[in-house]
Design a protein around this ligand. Structure first.
Ligand code: HEM
Length: 146
């Protein structure tokens, strides 16, 4: 039951995370106004919270679900997945800093600033696509080393 509950939670959280990232990309567009800046700033807080939950649930799956920590801790795809996930988290910091600054200063961003934030989002999305590949591989024991 623990395995099942963690698997369901894991899927719901990672889909929600992807949805929020896509929503942010849709909101940060050329010509965005102060209301959009405010909206994306608020949504971004949810992104951070979901990422933390995804990490906690993922680690709980690795430690307490059916296969056990030994299975994952000796798997290259598990560590690659974790590394890519952390990298996405690191790449999400500059956009978050921008949103905080823009909201505080009630600043409508320039085209150059919007372009820069959108680039971060696109790189995050591209890296996001690597995660299910690693997940499917590790779930099947590919990349296991003794
Ligand atoms: C947004 C990020 C993530 C995505 C998109 C994602 C995606 C997935 C998917 C699609 C599966 C099912 C694989 C399958 O059964 O074929 C899975 C399983 C799993 N994920 Fe994640 N995951 C994410 C984050 C994490 C994190 C951060 C961790 C751990 C630190 C983690 C640990 C696991 C574990 C342990 C499984 C179980 C694999 C198995 O059945 O043996 N995931 N993930």
């Amino acid at each position: 039951m623990i395995d099942f509950s963690l698997a369901v939670t894991h899927h719901l959280v990672v889909f929600a995370l992807l949805a929020v990232l896509v929503a942010e990309l849709a909101l940060v567009r050329y010509g965005m106004d102060a209301a959009a800046v405010d909206a994306v700033g608020r949504i971004d807080l949810g992104y951070g919270a979901l990422a933390a939950i995804a990490l906690a649930v993922g680690l709980a799956r690795a430690a307490y679900a059916a296969k056990g920590w030994d299975f994952y801790s000796h798997n290259l795809f598990f560590w690659l997945k974790l590394g890519v996930f952390v990298l996405i988290g690191v790449l999400s910091v500059p956009p978050t800093m921008k949103f905080i600054q823009w909201r505080r200063a009630q600043h409508v961003p320039t085209d150059a600033q919007i372009k820069s934030v959108r680039t971060y989002f696109w790189v995050e999305l591209a890296l996001f696509a690597v995660l299910p590949v690693c997940a499917a591989a590790m779930a099947r024991g590919y990349g296991y080393y003794a």
